[in-house]
Design a protein around this ligand. Structure first.
Ligand SMILES: [Mn+2]
Length: 331
C-alpha cells in the first residue's frame, strides 16, 4: 500500500477513484483502499481526493490517520492538482451521483440512489447497499475478488485504514448492519495491527476538533451539493455557535457557490438542528413535514429550526429537501 501511494503521481491516470465531496473519513479511506484493491484486481486506478489540498486542514480526522500511519500527504493527488475530462473513467465510492467530468464505470456506495442516471450504463461493479460504512462494502466486494486475509496479514497499513471509518460510522461498532458486522468480524483478525493512537475516541475527537477554524471553514468542512442545493453538516449544535456569525457565513457561502438553497445541519446526543437559507416562498416546514421542523430563531434571513425527527441524518434529509424543492420550482 505504501508503494502504491508513493506511485500515485508517477503513473499515468487511467481510472479515477473518488469519494464524496464532503471527504469524511469513510470517503477518504474507502477510495484509497478501492483504488488499491481494484489495481491489484487488474484495473489500474488513481485515487483522487475530491477537495483542494488546502482544505485538508479542515478534516483533522483524516489528517490524524495520515500522520499516525506515516502516509506522505505530498504523494496524494487533490482536486486542485488534476482535472478529469468527459472521457475519464470514474469509480465512485461512498456516493453515487457524479460531480466531476467523466464516465462512471464503477460504484461502491451505501447511500440511496441519487439519480436515475446512476442505474444505467455498463457500470461494474455496481454495489449499492444501505449499511453504516461504505468501507464495509469495499471489504465485502474485494473479499470475493482478492485474498484479503493474506493482503491484510502482510500489510500493516490496511487494517487501520479499514478500521477507522467503520468505527466512526457505526458509533464504535454499535450501529451495525449485516455488512458492517461481517467487516467487523474480518477486522477482528487484525486488531493487533491497529495502533493504539487510532481508536474510536481519538478519531472522533479529531473530527470534532474545530480549533482555528472560522465559520466559513465549518461550512466547507463537511459540505455536499446537489445542483442548486447545498447542505453543510456542522460539528457543533446551534446553541453552541454564534448564529449571527453563522448566518453571515451562510449568506457569503451561498452567494459564492451560486446556490439557491443552503442548509446546515448539526446533531448531538440530545437532538438535531436544521438551518435553511433560500427563497422565502419555499415553506420548508410544510414541504419537508417528515423532518418535523420547529422554528427557533431567524437571523439575517436564515431560519434556525429544531429538527424533531432526530433519526434523519443528511443521508435522509437530502432526498427529502431535493424532492420538495423540485416540486416547489415546478409550481
Ligand atoms: Mn459513508
Amino acid at each position: 500500500m505504501q508503494r502504491f501511494i508513493a506511485q500515485i503521481k508517477r503513473l499515468p491516470v487511467q481510472t479515477v477513484v473518488t469519494g464524496n465531496q464532503a471527504l469524511d473519513l469513510d470517503s477518504f479511506c474507502s477510495s484509497l483502499l478501492t483504488a488499491y484493491f481494484e489495481t491489484l484486481n487488474g484495473r489500474q486506478c488513481t485515487p483522487l481526493i475530491p477537495i483542494d489540498r488546502e482544505d485538508l486542514r479542515l478534516r483533522k480526522d483524516v489528517e490524524l490517520i495520515l500522520t499516525r500511519l506515516d502516509i506522505n500527504m505530498d504523494s496524494l493527488l487533490f482536486l486542485d492538482e488534476f482535472s478529469t475530462n468527459t472521457e475519464t473513467p470514474l469509480f465512485l465510492v461512498d456516493h453515487n451521483l457524479q460531480f466531476m467530468q467523466g464516465k462512471v464505470t464503477g460504484i461502491i456506495d451505501h447511500h440511496a440512489p441519487e439519480s436515475d442516471k446512476t442505474m444505467d450504463d455498463n457500470i461494474n461493479p455496481m454495489v449499492l447497499s444501505r449499511c453504516s460504512s461504505a468501507m464495509s462494502l469495499v471489504l465485502k466486494y474485494y473479499n470475493e475478488k482478492l485474498d484479503l486475509k493474506k493482503l491484510f496479514a502482510s500489510d500493516p497499513l490496511l487494517a487501520p485504514l479499514a478500521f477507522a471509518p467503520i468505527a466512526i460510522d457505526t458509533s464504535n461498532f454499535f450501529n451495525m448492519k449485516p455488512e458492517d458486522i461481517t467487516a467487523y468480524q474480518f477486522l477482528a483478525n487484525f486488531i493487533n495491527q491497529i495502533p493504539d493512537t487510532i481508536t474510536f475516541q481519538t478519531v472522533r475527537d479529531a473530527r470534532k476538533d474545530i480549533t482555528g477554524l472560522s465559520y466559513s471553514d465549518l461550512l466547507r468542512k463537511d459540505f455536499k451539493q446537489w445542483e442548486e442545493i447545498g447542505i453543510s453538516t456542522l460539528p457543533k449544535r446551534f446553541h453552541k455557535l454564534d448564529l449571527e456569525e453563522l448566518s453571515c457565513a451562510m449568506i457569503d457561502y451561498k452567494n459564492k457557490l451560486g446556490l439557491e438553497v443552503l442548509a446546515a445541519m448539526a446533531c448531538g446526543k440530545k437532538g438535531r438542528d436544521f438551518a435553511y437559507l433560500g427563497p422565502k416562498e419555499f415553506d420548508v416546514v410544510t414541504a419537508c413535514s417528515d423532518m418535523e421542523l420547529i422554528l427557533q430563531k431567524e437571523v439575517n434571513g436564515v431560519q434556525f429550526f429544531s429538527q424533531m425527527q432526530t433519526t434523519y441524518s443528511r443521508k435522509m434529509v437530502a432526498p427529502i429537501l431535493r424532492q420538495a424543492y423540485a416540486k416547489f420550482k415546478q409550481q
